[in-house]
Design a protein around this ligand. Structure first.
Ligand code: HEC
Length: 377
């Protein structure tokens, strides 16, 4: 109990010395006080506010001062505050691909306020961002919210395409899209997006079905790929290779960083030419699962809610872990919400990336990677 009294005293002190009008306008001193109040709240986490109306009023005051910031989401979460969906929606729409926005949307979904979500999907100014954030929650309950957008030709096309991309991220969503395609009910204007997305999904049966009902257009690889022994004899153009690396349909830089460009999901490749020879580079691209880099193993978590989370476990404490999904977005998951966790034998790096490349593109790409070396001292 003593431990709890201390932050409570700080909080009361902090709040009592500040005039209500001071919140939000924050002169420097009030700003510090506010930081202190937020921190004190963190330590009161989980307290039952209904039993303590005075404390509740204070918490709500601090909450108001954190609007639009990650602290807002944390406070709503820590104290299980109802009625905060307007503030949460703001955050979800401002940060549809960041942890804060996605956590905010998860809290809205948990409140079962579907109307807030459908209103944002129906508004051209917010539809794309809402559709994207919904997909990033990975929760299967968003599938019935997104499907009507796919079918309704009167809605904004950009939002409908985003809805397709978001649905393809969720197993039951991908299944629904494939059923529409198989029944020839997928609107023509969405076929290209659906084809690209569904041929990349990580569920083998769905990927196979996508190959049947929405085959990829014959791409750049009209020629069968020669064996690696043959490829090793060719020389590429590293300048061209660096362009292939960043090409959106190849997408290496969506997961890898080279120096200060790209994304940190997979290992940084700035010095990969020192670590791997050309033969190993070919293998890493053509068979990503043949040797998975240490610390980059993919996991599937089955959640008690019935949802599934997939990605890299980037940190873990006694009662929660942080999982980074394939887009590099982290989310914190309570261990008590996990029914089962399983390490995958398949790499998070998709197989078949060479299909978006000609043989020459691949040779150029490997040539480029081979030039990425530790600077000589
Ligand atoms: C969806 C994310 C993703 C994409 C796209 C992707 N990779 Fe990877 N890549 C990873 C992950 C995760 C690993 C580590 C696990 C493993 O080794 O399989 C990895 C590993 C590698 C490695 C081995 C690194 C090491 O240190 O051993 C190389 C080389 C590599 N990728 C090159 C590429 C190239 C080239 C492309 C584009 C053609 C590409 N990757 C596209 C996620 C991705």
């Amino acid at each position: 109990m003593k431990i709890r009294l201390l932050p409570l005293t700080i909080l009361s002190g902090v709040l009592w010395c500040s005039t209500p009008a001071g919140w939000g306008q924050t002169p420097p001193v009030a700003g510090n006080r506010n930081a202190l109040a937020i921190e004190a709240l963190g330590r009161l986490k989980g307290m039952d506010l209904e039993a303590n109306p005075a404390l509740k009023a204070k918490v709500l005051k601090v909450l108001e001062s954190t609007r639009g910031t990650p602290d807002f989401v944390r406070i709503v979460q820590d104290f299980n505050l109802a009625g905060q969906n307007a503030g949460l929606l703001e955050l979800a729409l401002a940060h549809p691909r960041e942890e804060t926005g996605i956590e905010a949307l998860r809290l809205i979904l948990a409140s079962h306020d579907v109307a807030v979500v459908t209103a944002a999907l129906g508004n051209t100014n917010t539809a794309v961002r809402m559709a994207e954030a919904l997909g990033n929650t990975g929760e299967k309950e968003v599938v019935p919210m997104l499907l009507p957008l796919v079918e309704d030709g009167h809605q904004d096309l950009a939002a409908r395409k985003q809805a397709v991309r978001s649905l393809a991220q969720i197993q039951s969503g991908a299944t629904e899209l494939l059923s529409l395609a198989a029944a020839d009910k997928l609107p023509t204007e969405l076929k290209f997006t659906a084809t690209t997305e569904l041929n990349q999904v990580r569920w083998p049966e769905l990927k196979a079905k996508a190959g049947e009902v929405l085959p990829l257009p014959q791409g750049r690889n009209t020629e069968a790929l020669p064996p690696v022994t043959e490829l090793l004899k060719r020389t590429g153009d590293p300048g061209q290779g660096s362009k292939v690396f960043e090409r959106p349909d190849v997408g290496c830089n969506n997961c890898h960083r080279v120096n200060d460009r790209g994304t940190d999901l997979g290992p940084a490749l700035s010095e990969i030419g020192t670590k791997l020879g050309k033969d190993a580079l070919y293998e890493a691209i053509l068979e990503p699962s043949s040797g998975i880099a240490f610390g980059f193993e993919a996991w599937t978590l089955e959640l008690n809610s019935g949802d599934e989370a997939y990605g890299l476990i980037v940190s873990e404490t006694a009662d929660e872990l942080t999982l980074k999904n394939v887009k590099g977005i982290p989310s914190r998951i309570k261990k008590s919400d996990i029914a089962k966790r399983q390490q995958m034998k398949l790499s998070l790096m998709p197989a078949g990336l060479q299909q978006a490349m000609s043989t020459q593109d691949l040779v150029d790409l490997v040539e480029y990677l081979a030039t990425l070396k530790k600077p000589a001292k």
